[in-house]
Design a protein around this ligand. Structure first.
Ligand code: UD1
Ligand code: MG
Length: 449
């Protein structure tokens, strides 16, 4: 072992064990360092065994399409789950010891069972997702079979939300309130809010999985989302009032996200261009669900979606291919040209037997004018090729062919800038639009119940 990992291990252990003023935040940083160290230690050691067991994929964007170990995302995922189990005493015991008389049975009853059950339901949900991802990597489960499973995995979360919090109101913007002359600030969506949260649980894992195919992007996008969510948490932790309920939920959220970021960065080290490992669907499902868990149990499932704007756009943009209006090849990743080492957009090809569906022709023409798609026509003007409808291909159409790592960095940068804009709007324009800050108000109302 070289000096750096030893130093990092000592620092993380000290952060975890030292019961300073910033517990459990500092322990989260300690667990993140441990997660990074463990992931980077394990991946190179276990990768050959994955290949031996048949868990590998071809890197399509390299000369000779070399074989790379796949499903490696299961290592950081399991590491994260174990770290979070070890985290439990550091996250919750302070409630017990902060009571005036520690050994008083009444004080012990102040232990936040509700908060712990919310945390445990999140862990249960993540474990289900790791299982689903693993089964998908092993057996390539069909889309229609696996689509709704994340919503079932999220049931414990939703039940705890109902019992523990139960707020299903959505704020009405000031201007609409004035226009409709309503006195109430919000509208209660009731059961529909639970459908919305179940949809979030389905969307997050799947949207990460379909923004993929470039070395580093599957993990890179999750690292960017985690950083953006942490910035949102810090707005409440370092600027807000520490006695407010919002402080407590954002402390919880950051405690979930900081160790996640540590393990994700460990995985990114090996998945970055040129990839030594592929993450597999296990990582996509697991990481997407981490965000859904944080958003739902942190009571900010609507704000969460602000940081998924590129994924939402990619999903909507992909709909014609996902629903068969446009043929969807097994892989829609960009095309690698070995002559100049650059990535070009990939195409869907049409033949006489399989021409463009008539309904798509005006849509394609309009999209072409808006520079949202590239089309190739024959000399009669018939469309013979259309670019595959993913954000990755669109970025190539807008910014030109790129080397794989530059393409990944550009997409991550665009995602970060979009997320940062959303964050600024969330904390400036949104309170003006709604008359007050939604999360603060809802939480205060709940805790006064
Ligand atoms: C999703 C996308 C698919 C994309 C694939 C890439 C949809 C509907 N599906 O499918 O279009 O091609 O992800 O992950 O949008 N690979 C690389 N380089 C990478 C990452 C992956 O070449 O950096 C290839 C490897 O051959 C790897 C395979 O993609 O084995 C993994 O694909 P998989 O995760 O099974 O594809 P899906 O998630 O089904
Ligand atoms: Mg995948």
């Amino acid at each position: 072992m070289t000096a750096q990992p030893v130093l990092a291990s000592v620092t993380s252990t000290a952060l975890i064990l030292f019961n300073g003023a910033f517990q459990p935040f500092q322990a989260a940083i300690g667990f993140a360092i441990l997660g990074y160290l463990f992931t980077t230690y394990m991946i190179p050691r276990v990768s050959p065994s994955f290949v031996k067991r048949g868990l590998y994929g071809k890197d399509m964007s390299k000369v000779g399409k070399p074989i790379i170990p796949e499903t490696i995302g299961v290592i950081p995922a399991i590491c994260y789950l174990f770290l979070m189990i070890l985290f439990i005493p550091f996250m919750y015991i302070r409630y017990y010891y902060n009571q005036p008389d520690t050994y008083d049975s009444e004080a012990a009853s102040l232990f936040p069972n509700g908060k712990l059950s919310s945390f445990l339901s999140g862990m249960l949900c993540l474990e289900s997702m790791v299982l689903l991802g693993l089964m998908d990597d092993l057996f390539d489960i069909r889309w229609r079979h696996k689509f709704f499973l994340p919503a079932i995995a999220a049931i414990p979360l939703l039940v705890i939300y109902y019992v523990d919090f139960g707020v299903t109101d959505v704020l009405i913007p000031k201007i609409i309130r004035r226009y409709l002359q309503v006195t109430t600030n919000s509208i209660d969506l009731g059961i529909f809010y639970y459908f919305y949260m179940a949809a979030v649980a389905i969307f997050c894992p799947n949207s990460v999985n379909i923004l993929a195919g470039v070395n580093g992007l599957e993990v890179g996008q999750t690292a960017v989302i985690a950083v953006l969510l942490l910035l949102n948490d810090f707005c409440y932790l370092f600027i807000g009032d520490s006695s407010s309920p919002a402080y407590s939920v954002h402390l919880y959220s950051s405690c979930m996200l900081i160790p996640f970021l540590g393990t994700a960065l460990g995985l990114l080290k090996y998945n970055w261009y040129p990839s030594k490992v592929f993450v597999g669907d296990t990582w996509c499902y697991f990481s997407g669900m981490v965000f859904a868990v944080v958003g739902i149990s942190g009571h900010f499932a609507k704000t969460l979606m602000l940081f998924f704007v590129p994924q939402i756009f990619n999903f909507i943009y992909s709909l014609p291919q996902l629903f068969g209006l446009v043929p969807c090849p097994r892989h829609r990743l960009p095309h690698f040209n070995p002559e100049d080492n650059l990535m070009y957009n990939s195409w869907t090809e049409y033949t006489e037997k399989q021409p463009v569906k008539p309904v798509m022709i005006p849509i394609f023409n309009a999209m072409e004018k808006l520079k949202l798609i590239a089309l190739i026509r024959d000399k009669n003007g018939t469309i013979i090729k259309s670019s595959n409808m993913t954000v990755i291909n669109l970025v190539i159409i807008w910014f030109g062919p790129k080397r794989e790592d530059h393409l990944c960095m550009l997409i991550m940068l665009l995602q970060f800038l979009t997320g940062l804009t959303m964050l600024l709007l969330r904390h400036t324009v949104a309170p003006m639009l709604f008359g007050f800050d939604n999360s603060w108000n809802m939480l205060t109302r709940f805790y006064k119940k």
